[in-house]
Design a binder for this molecule. Sequence first.
Ligand code: AP5
Length: 216
Amino acid sequence: MRIVLFGPPGAGKGTQAEKLTAYGLPHIATGDIFRAAVTEGTSLGREAKKYMDSGELVPDEIVEGIVFERLSMPDAASGFILDGFPRSVHQAEALDGFLEERGVRLDIVLNFVVEAETILKRLTGRRTCSVCGIIYNIHSNLPPNNTCKCGGELIERDDDKEETVLKRIEVYWRETEPLISYYRSRGLLADIDGSLEPEDVFGEVEKTLKLRLKEF
Ligand code: AP5
């Protein structure tokens, strides 16, 4: 199964991807790849950080190279969960071309629909484990003593400051939202109400995958 998780910042893509990995598919999140590179201090990390800190998109040619290298690894040969990619029409067309060359195609694009107000509250309240990456929120599921169940420290993402979140939402509407009609016209888009509780959103995800995909 080749699944794209789509939606604005804070729509819950990472949260749902964590749950979907129970089905044995690799979770490929471009934001996570960039944040790991920033932590490691690589040249990619230094380059990506400039864009991430300002809420802008990392240039297509950088992202596409990284994603296609990752998708070429053996564990992604029979399926994957893409989270945060594609994010521009150029990236979507490049992904189609990459898959076409390999004789395969996307199965579904799950579009998590959430209001802007909810996004702002979620992102400014997000805390992520610095060790295992589990995502929490101060408004709903903060663990006792502010510490992850693995013992890791919870951190706030640099790009979750209110002014950067507002910029990311603006960039989403300008660069990424046009992909909704791109994928809808190809019959691949499935809308999911992302404003429900995380478990209920996951219920909708599973129901949609079962309805749309025979092999699920
Ligand atoms: P990236 O890391 O991909 O960020 P994003 O798309 O903005 O998405 P988020 O990770 O912020 O949100 P999410 O939808 O995963 O929500 P989450 O589950 O965490 O990208 C960061 C940056 O990297 C970009 O700005 C860009 O610079 C660069 N980049 C990445 N990919 C790129 C690309 N393809 N091209 C160019 N540049 C790229 O949930 C958010 C919070 O809400 C959490 O606290 C969670 O606990 C809570 N929550 C989740 N679901 C629910 C729910 N149902 N109810 C209540 N709370 C919930």
